[in-house]
Design a binder for this molecule. Structure first.
Ligand SMILES: C[S@@+](CC[C@H](N)C(=O)[O-])C[C@H]1O[C@@H](n2cnc3c(N)ncnc32)[C@H](O)[C@@H]1O
Length: 196
């Protein structure tokens, strides 16, 4: 699978090429967490968000469908004892309805054939009144990293800018969304909404 193949290089791109924006984004997402939260993270990749979220919450369940990426999350989070790391597809979650206080799905929506199904799953497993947090790179195709990912064989289903990302949620009928943009070589737009 593509993501397992490139897991070794992923952190280099995230930490060095786009370190500034990623630090800002992960700090912002971590700041939304509370100590009593039980949080689901989907498409956790190498654990860039997981390692900042887990210390701030009661429990983090970090999932991804790439075992290669999950292995890196395991290494990065080895000192944290409140994190469960497991394989899972964001479009078909194994969890019961209303299982979590919050869900985070970062930089994955633009990769999915059916992002609506994924968001439906997040809404199903998060309690009513809980928070759903979806950071996504915008203007990604203009970055040098996009070029590299494309050469390596990535398959991006869509590309967002500030406007199309806002439209995306409107089209799904989700109106109560706030946005926070962190800037760097690959800007990231963090969408946050209450599950109603
Ligand atoms: C661009 S990386 C983002 C990783 C991490 N969230 C971050 O921001 O650093 C995309 C991740 O989405 C995962 N992914 C793609 N489609 C998925 C799916 N249907 N279910 C779960 N994970 C998926 C990939 O394995 C990869 O780890």
């Amino acid at each position: 699978m593509f993501w397992s193949r490139i897991a070794w290089i992923y952190d280099l791109i995230e930490n060095i090429y786009n370190g500034k924006a990623n630090r800002q984004t992960t700090d912002y997402v971590a700041s939304l967490m509370s100590k009593d939260d039980s949080v689901l993270e989907c498409a956790c990749g190498t654990g860039m968000f997981s390692v900042k979220i887990a210390p701030r919450v009661k429990q983090l369940t970090a999932t991804d469908f790439s075992d290669g990426m999950l292995k890196r999350t395991g290494k990065k989070c080895r000192k944290l004892d409140n994190i469960i790391i497991e394989n899972g597809d964001i479009t078909n979650l194994r969890f019961e309805n209303n299982s979590f206080d919050k869900a985070v799905a970062a930089n994955v929506i633009h990769l999915l054939d059916d992002p609506k199904k994924a968001i439906g799953e997040l809404k199903r497993v998060v309690k009513p009144g809980g928070q759903i947090i979806i950071p996504t790179y915008i203007h990604f195709k203009e970055s040098k990293a996009a070029n590299l990912f494309n050469k390596l064989g990535a398959d991006f289903k869509r590309h967002f800018d500030e406007n199309t990302y806002r439209e995306f949620f409107k089209e799904l009928g989700i109106e109560n969304v706030s946005f926070y943009v962190s800037e760097g070589r690959m800007n990231c737009d963090v969408a946050v909404f209450e599950n109603i």
